[in-house]
Design a protein around this ligand. Structure first.
Ligand code: EPU
Length: 336
């Protein structure tokens, strides 16, 4: 375990917020976790930080930031049609994508280019272009912090939902993920339900391969989402709101072009990006923070933004969207 004090977190969060943590604990192998729990996590406030791509630090952190950096992709089962991988929490998500492309494993190629690390993927059930990670997760391994005991949760026990899981609910701040088990298919199959993806593949007249699908996804992302290495951001800042169908029909009277997708239980999922754009917030800036010019759902740090500036933009957007649509946007990003 590497320990540092008064650590600047600027390079550890893709929003590029300059805040300091009293202690910063880099976990270099999963075997260190039991001692970490008793020596530190039972004693003081803590936050588990992966790649820092879905966290907005709003102030200095008076406690321990736990940063699991151990990596590794292990094949634990091989069948004629599927492979089970056990992947360490600190493995960068995109490394896993590259591994799957090299080994012809199908299932997560649409999730190409998502920043962050494998250990964070189940927490908010990352999803893009018609695929959610929950569909390939077999189980999640780690430790319950309050008891210090190891625990493996099956897919059903993780209670995955849209950008949600048990790790954001009952086990919030009480579980440290060490490994995620994935079941990936050796049989060729693709998810091309997202219109823009099917269209891009068709236009480029490429053969349907893992490589071409992954490449198209990366190109679509590049046109819509800012590269956090260049412009600080944390991906989608808000969740897409899910509303009753009647409410959607009411809104259509004034906004006939509102985008909506079917959600479970007969509900409709709207596009927060579109609502924000209609509220006049696409590519708009307040001080050093604002929204991205190609995707209003992404809040960005235009350079030197403070947490206060980002929160002010977020709160103004929530207010303006609420005034126009009577819908309260919920933040997707973790605020610390
Ligand atoms: N739209 C607008 N204006 C905008 C943004 C979007 O009108 O400024 C419209 C688009 O034209 C489109 C619809 O909204 O008709 C949906 O937009 P998009 O396909 O870009 O996806 P999204 O719903 O805004 C979600 C995920 C993204 C994921 C994309 C692609 C959430 C909160 N976000 O965004 O995930 O990449 O779908 O599948 O569900 C993330 O979670 O960090 C993230 C980037």
């Amino acid at each position: 375990m590497k320990i540092s004090e008064n650590q600047n977190l600027k390079d550890y969060n893709t929003f590029g917020m300059e805040v300091f943590a009293r202690r910063f604990l880099q976990i270099e192998n999963a075997g260190e976790v039991p001692a970490l729990i008793t020596e530190y996590l039972h004693q003081e406030p803590f936050y588990i930080l992966g790649g820092g791509s879905n966290t907005l630090f709003t102030k200095d952190f008076d406690g321990s930031i736990v940063h699991p950096v151990f990596t590794g992709i292990e094949v634990v089962e091989q069948a004629w049609d599927a492979v089970v991988l056990r992947v360490a929490a600190g493995e960068p998500w995109d490394n896993l994508i590259q591994y799957c492309i090299r080994h012809e494993l199908f299932g997560i190629e649409n999730l190409t280019g998502i920043p962050g690390w494998v250990g964070s993927a189940p927490v908010q059930n990352i999803g893009a272009y018609g695929v959610e990670v929950k569909d390939t997760i077999l189980k999640v391994e780690g430790y319950v912090i309050s008891t210090g005991k190891s625990l493996t949760l099956s897919n059903a026990e993780c209670r995955f939902a849209y950008r949600n899981s048990i790790f954001k609910q009952e086990l919030k701040h009480d579980f440290i993920i060490t490994h995620v088990w994935f079941q990936l298919s050796k049989k060729k199959h693709f998810t091309l339900s997202y219109q823009g993806l099917a269209k891009a593949l068709e236009e480029r007249e490429l053969p349907l391969t893992l490589h071409s699908v992954s490449d198209c996804v990366r190109k679509i992302r590049d046109t819509k989402l800012p590269d956090p290495k260049i412009v600080g951001n944390g991906g989608s800042f808000f969740k897409n709101p899910v509303i009753p169908e009647e409410k959607y029909h009411e809104l259509q009277t004034n906004f006939p072009d509102l985008v909506a997708y079917d959600a479970p239980d007969g509900l409709k999922k709207l596009s927060a990006g579109q609502l924000i754009e209609k509220a006049g917030w696409k590519g708009k800036r307040l001080g050093n923070a604002g929204t991205w010019k190609n995707q209003a759902l992404v809040l960005v740090n235009y350079g030197g933004a403070t947490p206060k500036e980002v929160l002010e933009v977020a709160e103004t957007i929530i207010h303006d969207v609420n005034s126009l649509f009577d819908i309260t946007l919920e933040m997707e990003i973790n605020r610390i």
